[in-house]
Design a protein around this ligand. Structure first.
Ligand code: ADP
Length: 489
């Protein structure tokens, strides 16, 4: 986008995690990749996050101390130290908010009781740091419940200060986590006035307040990470109790799908692959990568098997009960299944059990393993993502980029990024099913298997089409820029 309004636009990202400093999920990826895509479009971007003790020393050693001040936070007027540590990476400036009391122990997230004060402090301190640095952004882009108080502080305690001129966007990465606590707890840790503890802002019921709810009410715009999820969260089933609130604010709600970092996920240059490949040699290289994967995991080495991968957190969200229900019907002599993931012991044990029953045909690798993930994306023919809900989902995007055909449930970002295969026109990127039913998942797997074994030219054409699909951040960064431009006016 070359619009002059957005050239030189100043954008502050505020969020609780950012790759490569600290990452626990998709939020960390977005906080890394989107700012980089925006600076390529001519924006000035700074990222604000906490100065956690668990950020590796190799990053901490390169940070410089910029300054410090005391900030008033709580209802009883306690002052807290705010330090600023800074570093630069590929043109993006990262400012870390330092306070040992909040960030010097544990992982980023410990328990809600400690996390609520931590992120009340962080949201307010980030705004105070912007004023201290005298770097006033056009737009403040806040992420998830941990930064949801930013728009509220901005329009109350920071009204009339320099940063008060900024507009805000609040992105929902996952609505399941909202920052809910007692009204008294939130009142104490924010010092915010009583009128905000009303049903239209923070209040949930007579006892509880919800940080995300307040932020959604006060922000200028709300985005979430796919168009379908933007619609879904206004319904009872997906709305996690905030559907009515989101429906009320729907005029300012927009879905923009995530991309993936196409430098990290590049099958041509991927050093973790036994046989890197591009579109021209994918069919040959896939067999080589498949055999290497089978060898590594103790499966029967056979390039003709239909290998189905699953790379996932093993939680209820990911549709694993469907897989469990039809697993024995999914596996036949022509099929192998590779599972990589950790999580709920119920699923970990179910997959371990299937591995023991189907030795040489099924592997359940119950660990987090980056290098194996790369090998599975490259060595599988299809990747399963049958999620119950999926705000965006990255695994189906990575799979397509690696020429691995996704089999997904039509929900959230899965619906927006995987076009179902049409056997009459030959179009499509993968196999899909709509209702959350195990027999429909099985049917989708069997359809994929049939095309793979009985119509290989169509399958191979889909593999190439998937590799050519644009799953980068560029298009989505354009949409965010348009949104920022509208806010700037
Ligand atoms: P979510 O954020 O809900 O966990 P996403 O699909 O957005 O799901 O992102 C999952 C990311 O985590 C992908 O990059 C995937 O490759 C990676 N991943 C998930 N489980 C593992 C694992 N056990 N080992 C390595 N990478 C994993």
């Amino acid at each position: 986008m070359t619009d002059t309004i957005t050239k030189g636009m100043k954008v502050a990202f505020i969020g609780s995690e950012c790759y490569p400093f600290i990452k626990t999920g998709g939020l960390g990826d977005v906080m890394y990749a989107l700012p980089r895509a925006l600076i390529r479009q001519g924006c000035e971007v700074r990222v604000f996050m906490p100065y956690y003790r668990c950020i590796p020393d190799r990053f901490r050693d390169k940070m410089t101390y910029v300054g410090s001040f005391m900030m008033n936070l709580t209802q009883d007027g306690r002052d807290f130290y705010v330090g600023i540590m800074e570093t630069e990476l590929d043109g993006v400036i990262y400012d870390f908010v330092d306070n040992r009391e909040f960030f010097d122990w544990g992982n980023p997230y410990t328990g809600l009781w400690e996390d609520i004060p931590k992120y009340c402090y962080f949201s307010k301190a980030s705004l105070a740091v912007l004023n201290y640095l005298d770097w006033i952004p056009d737009v403040i882009h806040c992420h998830d419940w941990q930064a949801a108080l930013v728009p509220v502080f901005l329009r109350t305690q920071f009204d009339g200060t320099p940063v008060g001129a900024a507009r805000t966007v609040l992105t929902i990465h996952n609505l399941r986590f909202q920052g809910i606590c007692s009204i008294d707890h939130l009142k104490y840790w924010t010092g915010l006035p009583d009128f905000l503890f009303d049903y239209s802002v923070f209040k949930v019921n007579d006892r509880e307040a919800n940080m995300f709810k307040g932020g959604l009410a006060y922000t200028d715009r709300i985005t979430t990470v796919s168009e379908t999820y933007a619609d879904e969260i206004q319904t009872d089933f997906y709305g996690e109790g905030l559907n009515g609130h989101l429906w009320y604010h729907r005029a300012k709600l927009l879905g923009i799908v995530n991309g993936i970092d196409v430098d990290i996920w590049d099958s041509r240059t991927d050093k973790l692959l036994p046989a890197p490949y591009g579109e021209a040699d994918v069919l040959r290289a896939k067999v080589e990568n498949k055999k290497a994967l089978q060898e590594r995991l103790g499966l029967a080495v056979d390039g003709d098997k239909f290998v189905i991968g699953l790379i996932s957190r093993l939680t209820d969200q990911k549709g694993l009960d469907l897989i469990d229900a039809v697993f024995t019907q999914m596996v036949d002599d022509r099929v192998q299944v590779v599972i990589l993931g950790t999580g709920d012991p119920r699923y970990e044990n179910a997959f371990r059990y299937f591995e023991s029953v189907y030795r040489g045909q099924v592997c359940a690798y119950i660990k987090h393993d980056e290098s194996l993930a790369h090998q599975i994306y490259a060595g599988s023919d299809a990747l399963l993502v049958p999620s119950l809900f999926e705000p965006c989902g990255l695994t189906q995007l990575i799979a397509m980029r690696y020429g691995t055909v996704p089999i997904v449930r039509e929900t959230g970002g899965l619906k927006d990024t995987v076009e179902p295969y049409n056997e009459y026109t030959g179009d499509g990127n993968g196999f899909t099913f709509d209702r959350y039913q195990a027999d429909l998942l099985l049917d989708a797997v069997k359809r994929a298997e049939r095309v793979y074994f009985e119509d290989r030219p169509s399958w191979d054409a889909m593999v190439t089409r998937d590799m050519e699909k644009d799953v980068s951040w560029e298009h989505s960064a354009d949409l965010y820029l348009q949104l920022y431009g509208e806010l700037k006016g």
